[in-house]
Design a protein around this ligand. Structure first.
Ligand SMILES: *[C@@H]1O[C@H](CO)[C@@H](O)[C@H](O)[C@H]1NC(C)=O
Ligand SMILES: *[C@@H]1O[C@H](CO)[C@@H](O)[C@H](O)[C@H]1NC(C)=O
Ligand SMILES: *[C@@H]1O[C@H](CO)[C@@H](O)[C@H](O)[C@H]1NC(C)=O
Ligand SMILES: *[C@@H]1O[C@H](CO)[C@@H](O)[C@H](O)[C@H]1NC(C)=O
Ligand SMILES: *[C@@H]1O[C@H](CO)[C@@H](O)[C@H](O)[C@H]1NC(C)=O
Ligand SMILES: *[C@@H]1O[C@H](CO)[C@@H](O)[C@H](O)[C@H]1NC(C)=O
Ligand SMILES: *[C@@H]1O[C@H](CO)[C@@H](O)[C@H](O)[C@H]1NC(C)=O
Length: 393
């Protein structure tokens, strides 16, 4: 149940985040005094008129230093979230994540389709898509799930499959906008942290205090790729404690238990696709356990060496188990799996993709771009997902 809850929370956080991206334009057609609500400010009819007539200003910068700085007149780019959920008033993500370029207005007001510079189409919630478009507009294929979980109804509709999307915004590194979002990222620390002797001691004590081997919080008990079979076989050689929908609930807070008791965590993805590395990976890194990864990504692009163990580097679950036992018996070797923390840190959510989007929207020298066949790009050629894991165990 607990893990079930986690998954829901993750989805909820995504929903909240997307809502967070929506700087709500609150447009009441019935009311002549319609207002635009923008971060914590209320704009009146004149401002809305500005928007509609193409005078967009970076009210954002005006907000930051309203008295000391004259208004920054960088034109705003309008980024429309087509078919988003009900827009809710929330914070400006650009303030929250301090993007270098903030002159973008996110909106879910579909009546601004003609004023929009960028139209984001979230593939997993889409029922219909705009057909009328202007040549300067960028239609963006926005997706956070893997191809394995992509609805075919849209990918197979020739109207959208061919020559429709200008940009892609996904977790794949070869997207126009690389988006990790709530999957989180491991990033280089911009400055060396002062590792106090005290903190070193705390970490050493934590590591020493871990007495259990492997745990896994999981809600989808059986997957096409059969990761559960790998876990089962691993469990024949080394203790693997599974919590969540498929077995027991955690006896107390899952993350606290992970941090204090367990040495390893199974970060097994349910789709094995290039670059598909989800919060299952960042979770143990945040909670001081060593991830054992199993997925389709080249993990060296996502975290420094020595921060995780890749199950696919071993011939069999038995060989992996032998290695885990070796680490269990060699304290210094196990402890070395935390050395990366001196130079890197984990961002639980990585919103830099949204900053990049705003920057791209402002770049007038980018060429025209069209994906001739989005299904090919997403699901057929480079996608290269694996569907049969038999050879790994
Ligand atoms: C991290 O960044 C610093 C400077 O910003 C650089 O000198 C260092 O090589 C980087 N480390 C890694 C592992 O990328
Ligand atoms: C680092 O921490 C030590 C002890 O905690 C302290 O004496 C020292 O001044 C710190 N150095 C910096 C650059 O903060
Ligand atoms: C929870 O487990 C049951 C079977 O044990 C399964 O049918 C259901 O889909 C699972 N729920 C989730 C969210 O995975
Ligand atoms: C791991 O090490 C602890 C003591 O350090 C030991 O009690 C335990 O049996 C070991 N577990 C395995 C699976 O080897
Ligand atoms: C705009 O895009 C071009 C081509 O990719 C790039 O060379 C340039 O640095 C970008 N300009 C800015 C301001 O980001
Ligand atoms: C976007 O794609 C459309 C449809 O193929 C195309 O006509 C248009 O030129 C593209 N726009 C840009 C800015 O790339
Ligand atoms: C997966 O591959 C194995 C051979 O490596 C084969 O025997 C098995 O039938 C395949 N399974 C599926 C579902 O295709």
């Amino acid at each position: 149940m607990r893990n079930n809850l986690l998954i829901k929370l993750n989805f909820a956080s995504f929903v909240i985040f997307v809502s967070g991206c929506i700087l709500l334009i609150y447009h009441q057609n019935t009311n002549p005094k319609s207002t635009v609500i923008y971060p914590s400010r209320v704009f009146h009819t004149d401002d809305l008129q500005d928007l509609k007539e193409g005078r967009y200003y970076d009210y954002n910068s005006m907000n930051v230093t309203p008295t000391t700085k004259s208004p920054n007149k960088t034109p705003l780019k309008i980024i429309l979230l087509w078919n988003a959920m009900t827009p809710e008033l929330s914070n400006n993500p650009f303030n929250t994540f301090s993007c270098p370029m903030t002159s973008c207005l996110f909106t879910a007001d579909m009546s601004l389709i003609h004023q929009s510079d960028v139209v984001l189409l979230r593939i997993d919630v889409l029922d219909d898509m705009p057909l009328n478009r202007q040549p300067h507009q960028r239609f963006v294929f926005l997706h956070v799930e893997s191809p394995v979980a992509t609805k075919l109804s849209i990918m197979d509709n020739p109207r959208f499959r061919y020559n429709y999307f200008n940009w892609t915004m996904t977790y794949r590194r070869d997207s126009d906008i690389f988006l990790r979002d709530y999957y989180g990222s491991v990033v280089n620390r911009s400055k060396v942290v002062n590792e106090s002797a005290e903190r070193d001691k705390e970490m050493a004590a934590l590591i020493k205090g871990k007495t259990k081997m492997v745990t896994w919080f999981v809600s989808h008990c059986s997957t096409e790729i059969r990761r559960e079979e790998y876990a089962r076989q691993l469990g024949q050689h080394v203790p693997v404690d599974i919590f969540g929908n498929c077995s027991n609930e955690c006896p107390y807070d899952c993350y606290e238990m992970l941090r204090t008791e367990y040495k390893f965590y199974l970060a097994f993805e349910n789709s094995w696709c290039p670059d598909y590395v989800t919060e299952k990976f960042t979770r143990p890194l945040i909670h001081d356990a060593v991830p054992i990864v199993l997925g389709g990504a080249d993990y060296s692009h996502f975290a420094p060496p020595g921060s995780y163990i890749n199950a696919r580097d071993f011939k069999s679950p038995k060989e992996l188990a032998d290695f885990l036992i070796l680490l269990n018996n060699t304290e210094t070797l196990y402890a070395s799996y935390f050395d990366w923390k001196k130079d890197f840190r984990v961002m639980k959510s990585d919103m830099s993709g949204w900053c990049d989007l705003c920057q791209l929207a402002h770049n007038e020298s980018l060429p025209i771009k069209v994906y001739p066949d989005i299904k090919r790009w997403w699901m057929l050629d480079e996608a290269g997902c694996e569907y049969n894991s038999t050879k790994y165990f």
